[in-house]
Design a protein around this ligand. Sequence first.
Ligand SMILES: C[S@@+](CC[C@H](N)C(=O)[O-])C[C@H]1O[C@@H](n2cnc3c(N)ncnc32)[C@H](O)[C@@H]1O
Length: 448
Amino acid sequence: MATGTPRSPQKNIRSNAESVLLSYPGKKSVEEVLATPPGIFEYAPTIGSNLRKRLYFAENLETLAHLAQDNNVCGKVRLVYIDPPYATQTVFHSRTLSHAYEDVFECAEYLEFIRERLILLHRILADDGSIYIHLDAKMVFHVKLLMDEIFGLSNFRNCITRKKSNPKNYTRNQFGNISDYILFYTKSSQYVWNKQCEPWTEERAREYQYVEPETGRRYMKVPIHAPGVRNGETGKQWRGMMPPLGKHWQFLPSTLDELDAKGEIYWSKNGNPRRKVYLDENHGVSVQDIWLDYRDAHNQMAHITGYPTEKNINLLKRIIEASSNVGDIVLDCFAGSGTTLVAADMLGRAWIGSDNSPEALRTMLHRFQHGTKPMGDFVGVQTYKQKVKALSLFDEELPQAVKNDKTHIIQGFNLFADPKLGGLLTLDETSAHDKQEIKTVEKVRKTG
Ligand SMILES: C[S@@+](CC[C@H](N)C(=O)[O-])C[C@H]1O[C@@H](n2cnc3c(N)ncnc32)[C@H](O)[C@@H]1O
């Protein structure tokens, strides 16, 4: 393992890095972006609605400019997750072959499209808020530089690597591409953080190889010193011993005395102290920045909406649980099939979603009312049961995926629609189309 001590103060690093700016044609000033005119919307509350659940059928730049002027929202959003287009040069269709959205911007145009929204999101986010941006390898490095400009390099927390699919049988002369990335930034150094842990596996628990004879508790031994010289108490003698060269005690000598009195210090035959860390006091293994368990919903045969690029709802639940509390506002302005909004609702958060695709709105309204459908409903002749049976012979992770199949009905939200996109009337029409489409899917299922 590499050892080293952080350089201090951090300030120098920050100011140097923040003078690195990405330059491209068409880059507006921050003032110009913040002056974006807010959208004007038609509005329809649903039964029992409150303004803490809002869905916008609108171009999201206008939605964000409108929210930036709303005192109930601006500076109060605790968490933003966005999964924007990735500059793939692709036109996306749903599983029922309806046009969903186009991802056709190229480099500079794409970057400015993202940057304008990030500037407004920075404005809307609470001072202790967090933002997660989901991208793939093509643009993640460019957007990282934009994020450093807007949020500050010192507020960069993680670049999470997610395994998005099973291995691909690539015919191209390159490695299979099964990962994408989530950039995690906060608005400041004080932010909401709920540590996430994964349950112990028997294999990891084996690290706790010692058993305390008096109590039967399993424990492991860890050093009580850490790298770095300190001039205070932790750099001085404890029990007649100095910390090893270049190191300091992890705890104040008085705390070490308390731990020793409780029997939580192990003394080797040579008189070297180590701290006992007990298995039963650990909530599990802390989550790291490589996430293998959140392949996209349609890669897991889970329940889905049929909308393209729909994300795994458990991925969103992890992010929401880590970076917000019950009652907080969660915002996704590239809402797609509404995965973030449903996950937020399930976890007792308020939410705001926006999308400019009629197909996305149709999908979300259907999902809020009826939940998701088994994958098999979208693949024609093969029934879901048959599909599960066939796959379970080969895919050992399937039972987990099936277990995740859940529906969650949402009522009591507010719908805002931009008249320039056809307004609420378009959504009425798409709902009628939705009913028709459900019948068609039912028919396919019955004949299957
Ligand atoms: C990758 S998809 C999001 C999928 C979503 N995370 C899910 O789980 O279903 C991107 C979405 O952004 C929407 N979108 C793209 N440009 C937009 C814009 N300017 N305003 C609002 N929505 C936009 C698209 O219609 C699409 O639904």
